[in-house]
Design a protein around this ligand. Sequence first.
Ligand code: HEC
Ligand code: HEC
Length: 244
Amino acid sequence: MVASFTAAQIPSPPEPQSQQQQQPPPQNLQILPKDTTREQLLQTMQAFTQALGVQCSYCHVQEGGGGRTDMASDEKRTKLAARQMIVLARDINQKLPAAVNKPAEEATRVSCATCHRGVPIPRALADILTDTEKDEGIDAAIAQYWDLRKNFFGRAAYDFGEPSLIAAATRLTSDKPDAALKLLEINAQFYPNSSRSYAAMSQAHMKKNDKEQAIKDLEKAAALDPQNAGLKRQLDQLKGPTGE
Ligand code: HEC
Ligand code: HEC
């Protein structure tokens, strides 16, 4: 008691003025609380850069090398988008507990990283590849696949699992079966036991009126997934009535 009484007697020194001058408070916070400390702000900002896989200059005027730095400026479109994203994430977090009927403290909290996963525009791999195919052709889409795989494999940004190329190929099958087959061959390379890849190849070969190869694909698919009655049925249908 004595010690704390003594301590209370000592007047705390006034905040050194120079430190406040070095670190002026943020001037242009419109969404984050105005009393956010520099330290909290920096943590939030670092979380943004990590979630989106970008630098501060993606959203801020920060030219470096003697250029202009103005973190308060709103001239970048991306900063304005980020503001709306903060609002969006808050809104989701407000509605999510009711949607899953859980108490707020048990519901998952959505953050920038939940959606962005290390990229500024989070999109499914199959969507990216089918758009590129549409605009620039299948070879460009395949080059993009290898490029993304090289840069992002093992990170959470894109799903390089079995379904992505099957999804992209399935969308191409009816109009561009050759393009679909190219994607499925890559998938079979990474997932040699992917029954679904061979079943999808069978569809593409059917589109090309190559019934013989379609049967071979389906036989392979059925062999890889012997429990799958649907595949057996399809195979029987393709082979036609027995005894012919
Ligand atoms: C994805 C976009 C984005 C990235 C990346 C980003 N910021 Fe920000 N930053 C914002 C937004 C949006 C605000 C304004 C928030 C508001 O209005 O409440 C802001 C505000 C600030 C402010 C306050 C400026 C003022 O005076 O009002 C500082 C300082 C700042 N950011 C620093 C950084 C630093 C340092 C980095 C890199 C580590 C960074 N930011 C990365 C979007 C971003
Ligand atoms: C519910 C999912 C979701 C959440 C949460 C989310 N974003 Fe986004 N964000 C997106 C999607 C999807 C896009 C791409 C929209 C488009 O351009 O088609 C996007 C776009 C952006 C962009 C524009 C990128 C560009 O170059 O056009 C910025 C900046 C951004 N988000 C920042 C953030 C920040 C910062 C957070 C966290 C506060 C956040 N986002 C949270 C889904 C989300």
